[in-house]
Write a protein that binds this ligand. Sequence first.
Ligand code: HEC
Length: 130
Amino acid sequence: MHPRKLTSIVTLLIVLLLIGCSKQPAPTTPPPAQTGQSTNTPATNVANGASAAKTEVTGATLYTTNCSGCHGVTGAGASGPAINTDEWKNNSSKVQGVVKKGQGTMPAFTGKLNDTQIKAIGDFVASLKK
Ligand code: HEC
């Protein structure tokens, strides 16, 4: 084999390598931009739909987040007393009073939750069954 031929083959390989390397970054750049756009739009739509349609679930969700740790998921009591009893059943406003002011070692929720949220929790607790 002539040294010149070898040189031209090596040159060709180097050129092919350079083309191969320079082509790689191009396809990887666009996908992240597209992913960002496609996740933004549906997420916003879901959030709007949820806040409009799931008002009934809010009391249960707020109770689970703020109260179930001390009163149990079903209101049967844990470190706090049972509140699924006749005393609180169908008496949302009485429950709301305790939640707003707190009682004993139970913290007051005024300032942490707004009136709409506290009413939703009161309605939920008043609907609990033993
Ligand atoms: C950090 C624990 C804790 C959290 C959180 C908590 N409570 Fe309480 N709760 C208590 C304790 C303890 C008592 C009993 C206080 C006392 O009478 O000394 C109590 C009392 C009550 C009472 C009156 C029960 C009775 O028989 O006198 C109601 C109703 C009540 N809580 C509802 C709620 C609701 C609704 C939430 C959520 C917004 C909540 N609590 C969050 C600990 C908690």
